[in-house]
Design a binder for this molecule. Structure first.
Ligand code: PGA
Length: 250
């Protein structure tokens, strides 16, 4: 059996429902489920139901939100609850994406609350971590990633932590065309695994790489034993291009 891999598409603020529907129609024509390969789609919240409904019969496809609020409901203008994601056909969410952290000022504490809300609802949380360029250059990658991880792991029982999926996304690689060298990514992935082991998590937590992944570099990344898949922004927006990428590796 081939090594299980996760290929995740983060559409960011692209693809309203009509465009998302056309994407899925085309993508389905080009792809078939593959053993050991899980595909995640993270459309904008308004397109979530459109995408989830059109993939309902594809067992290899999961759909989630790009962000959630930790409360079930209430006076939180502009927010989406985990229950609302579930009601739209989603079963998880990205948490702590670098744009949430650095553009919208989301704190480690807020990230941790979102992870707990997802896990409590039986959803998948894909926790994103990663350092900025100046932090990498100052040799602080492990310190930064470690702090982001500990904010979530602190107080989280090991059996709950074992249900997480991690995405290592160096901020300097996101949307810049500057991809991490596979061996460098693998070192950070190994560090993340060490932190999970130290927290008492026995199993292998999947760790994806994200940041300027495309058809030209995906094979080198997933060839690394430490890399369990990829989280892709720009190169996931086009149905043909994304269908090609999800067919590669493994
Ligand atoms: P990118 O984005 O593939 O466009 O660099 C990745 C991400 O932000 O998840």
């Amino acid at each position: 059996m081939t090594r299980p891999l996760i290929y995740a598409a983060n559409w960011k603020m692209y693809h309203p429902p009509g465009v998302a529907a056309a994407f899925v129609t085309r993508f389905r024509e080009l792809t078939a489920p593959r053993e050991g390969r899980t595909l995640w789609f993270f459309p904008p919240a308004v397109s979530l139901q459109t995408v989830a409904e059109r993939f309902a019969d594809r067992e290899d496809v999961k759909v989630g939100a790009q962000n959630v609020h930790w409360e079930e409901k209430g006076a939180f203008t502009g927010e989406t609850s985990v229950a609302m994601v579930a009601g739209s056909g989603g079963s998880g969410a990205l948490v702590g994406h670098s744009e949430r952290r650095h553009v919208f000022g989301e704190s480690d504490e807020e990230t941790a609350r979102k992870v707990r809300a997802l896990l409590a609802a039986g959803h998948q949380a894909i926790l994103c971590v990663g350092e900025k360029l100046e932090q990498r250059e100052a040799g602080q990658t492990e310190e930064v990633v470690g702090r982001q991880l500990m904010a979530v792991l602190d107080g989280l029982p090991a059996h709950e932590a074992a249900r997480l999926v991690l995405a290592y996304e160096p901020v300097w690689a996101i949307g810049t065309g500057r991809v991490a060298k596979p061996a460098d990514a693998a070192l950070v992935h190994a560090y993340i695994r060490t932190a999970f082991a130290a927290h008492g998590v026995a199993g292998r937590v999947p760790v994806l790489y994200g940041g300027s992944v495309n058809a030209g570099n995906v094979l080198g990344l997933v060839a690394e034993e430490q890399v369990d898949g990829v989280l892709v922004g720009g190169a996931s927006l086009d149905a043909e291009g994304w269908a090609e990428i999800v067919g590669m590796g493994g």
